[in-house]
Design a protein around this ligand. Structure first.
Ligand code: ME8
Length: 639
């Protein structure tokens, strides 16, 4: 039995509204929490808000309200966002709650008693924004080395935590535990930082300067330094000094997920605090990378802060969740752009998965009356074996990938099944089998296999795209209890035949982009006007012609002429809208090899994006599609 899994996010400051950076960390934690629950591991997922300190006090003052009233208002923005993004946190801690403030005060008392805290007069440079002191050598031209704002010379009496005395122990602990600080580059960064002597940490602020904090229990004129207060949330929320059994269940944390901006506070302040308290270390502190927006740092002053609510509204919650974790390796910095998001949505969700799901459901409807047939002996044993093995081994591969917090790789592993599924449909060609009564059983087996693939995809998508998975299950005609340990075993054959499917709305809609060139409805007409001028060979060579195999076709709503085709051109699947409906029904051309113009600028026809053009013979009306006499692979150049 694996030990319980306890994962945390930073608790976010309530001096501002949440943005995609906050959403990123929280979604990542949510994926891990959901995954571990599905594998049967006891899981606790904590997030919350950091509500004390100068930034919050100033933000409240600006609005002319009391800080508590201010935080009570802003905290709902975080809570509402997490609900919207389907975050499955087990608890939400606010540092202004009594369950937290009591624990902070008790820890302070205990540390004072042990001699780990002392009072001293301090004179140094203070950064108001970062709420911390800097030494003379840290300050760069009168500015804070961290946020580059001017620092102030301050002399005051304060309380200090004897952090420096834990330095040797901390270095040893980091060296002895390769998974303690991750990724590797961040671990080296912390070890580098620890090559300098580690000073003691000022843990108080005089009330005369800052009143919005937890009062020190032993010195009435001081409040607790916001970081010393905030870090304690990771243990106050799970019953430290209040509920022993609960605390023992969850501590030490499995993963503290943080952004790289707060690596030092977690890997040096927090660990030495814990060591002084005599508590075990968290297993892993993982610092992920930083999002910029269209190449720029996100900031209020630049006006480029991306609101996760707006992204969820525009693209859908699950597509947004998917994009954030698919786009950038988790430890690395990344750039957020809508263009990149639209590309991924259209190619990986709408094309890859959407096609697989829609085609499969349509075929079960059309060829099996909407009832999933039973599995039968297979026609394409090799590919089926590959699919079964890929599904059966996926859980182990995800354990490894998600264990290493390689979300993008985990998604790639899942997409391998999507690819195999699409390949399977093309190779099995159910539309051909359906025409041959002697192939009935083969067809049944293919349809069953398609449904089983989708069943597993619904399961494996769930940590990343929970709402989509639930909707997929519904379309497959089943109920999956995702909160049960449904991934505890992954054995092929779990999907039951005889189920009536319920194909509904497409779950992976394409994002329509602005047309680059408006075109008339009929796009396949090749009729050359009599006065067409001659062109050079160079002109002709500008046109890239390729063979493509039509893998799906459907009518375009409200159009008598247009069919929407999915055309496999070897390297990718193109959506092409063709004015051929007067000549061909969708099922007539599925599986046909056609010739397409591959480098035509995408355009919208009746609101549907077309990424190329299918060549056809005919003047006013289409008389026939162009094809190739010999059987050639899709994607072969035509010249
Ligand atoms: O630091 N890219 O809170 P905070 C990626 N209250 N992640 C980002 C990001 C970006 N551009 N911007 C923010 C605090 N984040 C303290 C934490 S914990 C005991 C106290 C994410 O509201 C990332 O996780 O400034 C980062 O560490 C966190 O938000 C900072 O949130």
């Amino acid at each position: 039995m694996k030990p319980p899994f306890y994962i945390t996010t930073p608790i976010y400051y309530v001096n501002d509204v949440p943005h995609i950076g906050h959403a990123y960390t929280t979604i990542a934690a949510d994926v891990l929490a959901r995954y571990h629950r599905m594998t049967g591991r006891q899981t606790f997922f904590l997030t919350g808000t950091d509500e004390h300190g100068q930034k919050v006090q100033q933000a409240a003052e600006k609005q002319g309200v009391d800080p508590q009233a201010y935080t009570d208002r802003i905290v709902t923005r975080f809570q509402d966002l997490w609900q919207r993004l389907t975050i499955s946190n087990s608890d939400f801690i606010r540092t202004t709650e009594t369950r937290h403030t009591t624990v902070v005060r008790e820890i302070l008392d205990a540390l004072l008693e042990k001699g780990d805290l002392y009072e001293n007069t301090y004179e140094g440079w203070y950064c108001l924004f970062d709420e911390r002191f800097w030494t003379e050598k840290d300050v760069v031209d009168g500015n804070c080395p961290d946020c580059h704002r001017p620092v102030e010379q301050i002399k005051e009496s304060n309380y200090f935590f004897r952090m420096g005395q834990h330095q040797d122990w901390l270095i040893k602990h980091i060296n002895a535990n390769p998974n303690f600080i991750r990724p590797e580059s961040r671990r080296n960064e912390v070890l580098g930082f620890l090559q300098q002597p580690l000073g003691d940490l000022c843990i108080s602020r005089p009330k005369s300067r800052l009143s919005w904090g937890i009062p020190l229990p032993f010195a009435k004129d001081y409040v607790t330094y916001v970081w010393f207060d905030a870090l304690v949330n990771y243990i106050s929320a799970i019953g430290y000094l209040a509920d022993d059994a609960k605390f023992k269940t969850w501590w030490p944390a499995s993963i503290h997920l943080v952004g790289k901006d707060i690596l030092t506070t977690h890997s040096v302040y927090w660990t030495t605090m814990l060591h002084a308290m005599g508590l075990e270390m968290p297993k892993t502190i993982f610092a992920h990378g930083w999002w910029t927006v269209d190449g720029e740092k996100m900031s209020k002053s630049r006006g480029n802060v991306v609101d996760p609510n707006a992204m969820a509204q525009e693209f859908g919650v699950d597509a947004f969740r998917y994009f954030l974790l698919r786009e950038v390796p988790f430890g690395q910095d990344g750039d957020f752009s809508k263009t990149a998001m639209i590309q991924r949505i259209n190619s990986e969700l709408a094309n890859d998965v959407g096609n697989l799901l829609n085609r499969s459901l349509t075929m079960v409807e059309r060829f099996a009356g909407g009832i999933v047939p039973p599995p039968r002996p297979s026609q394409d044993r090799d590919l089926e074996r590959e699919i079964k093995e890929a599904v059966a081994g996926l859980k182990d591969r995800l354990d490894t990938r998600l264990g290493a917090l390689e979300f993008h790789r985990a998604l790639e592993e899942i997409w391998r099944i999507v690819e195999l599924g699409n390949q399977y449909i093309e190779r099995s060609a159910p539309w051909k089998l359906a025409k041959d009564p002697t192939k009935k059983e083969t067809l049944e087996n293919v349809l069953y296999t398609q449904m089983e693939i989708l069943y597993w995809l619904a399961l494996f998508f769930y940590p990343f795209m929970p709402t989509t998975s639930e909707a997929m299950a519904k379309q497959l005609g089943i109920t999956i209890h995702f909160s049960d340990p449904v991934l505890a075993t992954t054995k092929w054959g779990a999907f039951l035949p005889g189920i009536t499917i319920a194909k509904g709305q497409p779950l992976f809609p394409r994002v329509e982009t602005k047309p680059t060139q408006p075109e008339p409805e009929a796009s396949t007409k090749q009729a050359a006007a009599p006065e067409t001028p001659q062109i050079s060979i160079e002109d002709f060579q500008k046109v890239q012609l390729k063979t493509g195999k039509v893998i799906a076709a459907e009518a375009v709503l409200k159009s008598k002429k247009l069919l929407k085709l999915q055309v496999d051109i070897g390297t990718e699947t193109r959506q092409i809208v063709a004015g051929i409906a007067t000549k061909y029904a969708p099922e007539d051309i599925i599986g046909k090899l056609v010739v397409i113009v591959a480098n035509l600028k995408p355009a919208k026809l009746m609101g549907v994006e077309s990424q190329g053009m299918v060549l056809a013979a005919g003047d006013k009306e289409v008389e026939g599609l162009l094809s190739v006499i010999e059987s050639v692979e899709p994607g072969t150049k035509v010249k």
